[in-house]
Design a protein around this ligand. Structure first.
Ligand code: G4P
Length: 530
């Protein structure tokens, strides 16, 4: 098979949702259709149970599970589907944001009763940054939920994207009869079933026909006709190109738990979702069909065995063919590396692979050479963009509890931040370490892992910080003045970029007003944009 054919048959995507909307259940059903698993219940939930007595033990368990589910590849109707896992727990949001840089499209799951929730908004804003194409799956239609039109209005308003229903529910909860597939012009009749995939599909090419009344009852048929009329009047006809540009999200309704509407979703997904896309670098845009290999690391996973420091770096291939035992150029380190045991991920199985193509994710064993965002090429000096750090939300000062283990602590915190567990900001003088995260759990993770993997003991002291802003300016004199006046709030990130740690929204606003010559960035992405 030619490289172009290899690329054409791949689809790389992620499922995103607010926790509990049904991401894990939908993932499992997709894998069932793809034949990657045989039984329901095979995909372990990577959720951290809120009731856990010991959070960090849960986290350790979660790490074990999430290595296995980081990438789930399966075949469906001749295509190779790469499903990248995105943690739903908000404390792992950074991990999810970075994974979204490695997918070409997403399926967003929304609970029909809860509508748009906090995490849904955050995840979608990351997708909007790159115009990632989105398909919407409104889940749990077997339960009482909100009116479908109201839900769609809320999505458009809160998520800043147009929607276009391609299927439409008849009733909801106790009165849920099924969905009408506007694309295929057929009716899928609902029958609650957690284990079987069987369902009844009736072709209804003319909605005015009596057949519809006979099947779903007079009331249901009348409502459906009215709804479809309204949809045709209100929403523009579905246009694949607008979807591919991330401007409109097609919508499907169903019930993941009951295996309902899932196959329609998957069939539409393979028909419309994008093939592996190119990516911008600091030098130029790279197309997937280019013959030379290139890719970037979007995730690093530490070995679960504390005796072995090796890690797995997840590399998304952007162009060319990746081959085992071939030297590739690590652009940041300006060094060449070859990989004897790159792994691919078919469902939860890991296999050593000889070659991989754009859209694929390979796992590379790493002894500490990779950081998130690193680029590998066949020699070209370019760096992939778009793996930003976002301003953390919680800040603490890291205090060394055991001065005899200072070296271990330094190394440990460096490596953990390379993995993206947290962000580290160093303040001079005094080498004061401020650790920033998006969730409380991360502090426990760091403390636990520093102790178990590096033998270092630390504590975290509260600090009064609100946001980290990367600062840049063309006006050197003003920048110097700001840095001098705000010396106690200036720190450096892992790439030695200058960061202003603002104590409150008010003080940040004041700084912005008083120093219009300085730009305050809330993500580090500007750096790669030049
Ligand atoms: P998440 O990964 O997005 O966090 O959600 P997950 O799939 O774990 O689903 C959250 C809960 O919602 C689960 O119930 C799951 O069974 C249920 N669920 C998912 N899809 C549907 C659906 O279509 N209809 C209904 N009625 N429920 C659905 P749980 O009780 O929290 O967990 P479990 O004990 O069943 O695993």
């Amino acid at each position: 098979m030619s490289a172009i054919e290899e690329i054409a048959k791949r689809r790389t995507f992620g499922i995103i949702s607010h926790p509990d909307a049904g991401k894990t259940t939908l993932t499992e059903k997709l894998l069932l259709f793809g034949g990657a698993i045989q039984t329901a219940g095979a995909v372990k939930s990577n959720k951290i149970k809120k009731t856990a007595t010991s959070d960090f033990m849960e986290i350790e368990k979660q790490r074990g599970i999430s290595v296995a589910t980081s990438v789930m590849a399966f075949n469906y109707k001749g295509l190779q589907i790469n499903l990248l896992d995105t943690p739903g727990h908000k404390d792992f949001a950074e991990d999810t944001y970075r994974t979204l840089t490695a997918v070409d499209s997403v399926i967003l799951v929304i609970d029909c009763a809860n509508g748009v929730e906090e995490q849904t908004e955050k995840l979608m804003s990351v997708c909007r940054m790159r115009n990632t194409p989105v398909i919407l799956f409104i889940n749990k239609m077997d339960r009482e939920g909100r009116d479908a039109f109201d839900l769609l209005d809320e999505v458009e308003e809160k998520l800043n994207i147009h929607v276009r229903p391609l299927s439409w529910p008849i009733g909801i909860g106790a009165t849920f009869k099924g969905v009408y597939n506007m694309y295929e012009k057929n009716l899928n009749l609902f029958e609650a079933s957690k284990t079987t995939i069987a369902k009844e599909v009736v072709q209804i090419s003319d909605l005015a026909s009596q057949e519809l009344d006979d099947i779903v009852g007079e009331r249901g048929a009348k409502q459906l006709r009215q709804d479809i009329d309204l949809i045709e009047g209100v929403y523009d006809p579905f246009d694949v190109n607008t979807y591919l540009k991330g401007q409109v999200a097609p919508v499907f309704f169903g019930s993941a738990l009951n295996n309902f509407g899932v196959q329609e979703l998957l069939d539409a997904f393979i028909r419309i979702s994008p093939t592996p896309q190119g990516r911008p670098t600091d030098k130029r845009f790279v197309e997937p069909v280019e013959p030379k290999f290139s890719g970037f690391v979007f995730k690093i996973h530490a070995n679960l065995d504390p005796k072995h420091r090796d890690r797995i770096a997840f590399l998304r291939i952007v162009s060319g063919k990746f081959e085992r035992n071939t030297f590739y150029h690590h652009v940041r380190l300006d060094k060449d590396f070859k990989f004897a045991n790159p792994t691919s991920f078919m469902a939860s199985e890991k296999n050593i692979i000889d070659e991989a193509y754009p859209g694929d994710v390979v796992g590379l064993y790493d002894t500490g050479n990779f950081k998130i965002g690193d680029t590998l090429t066949e020699g070209e000096n370019m760096l992939y963009q778009g793996i930003p750090s976002f301003s953390p939300e919680i800040f603490r000062e890291l205090v060394n509890n055991d001065p005899m283990k200072t070296k271990q602590l330094e190394k440990g915190i460096q490596q953990l931040t390379d993995e993206g567990v947290a962000q580290l900001f160093i303040q001079q003088p005094g080498n004061r370490k401020i650790v920033g995260t998006v969730g409380e759990l991360q502090f426990e993770v760091i403390q636990y892992r520093l102790k178990h993997e590096y033998g270092a003991s630390c504590a975290f002291m509260p600090v009064n910080m609100f946001k980290a802003c990367w600062i840049t300016s063309d006006n050197k004199a003003k920048m110097d003045e700001f840095v001098r006046i705000k010396a106690t709030n200036i720190a450096f990130d892992k790439d030695h970029q200058m960061v202003y740690l603002a104590e409150s929204p008010f003080l940040l606003k004041m700084a912005e007003q008083n120093y219009p010559e300085i730009i305050f960035h809330t993500t580090s992405e500007f750096k790669r944009n030049g």
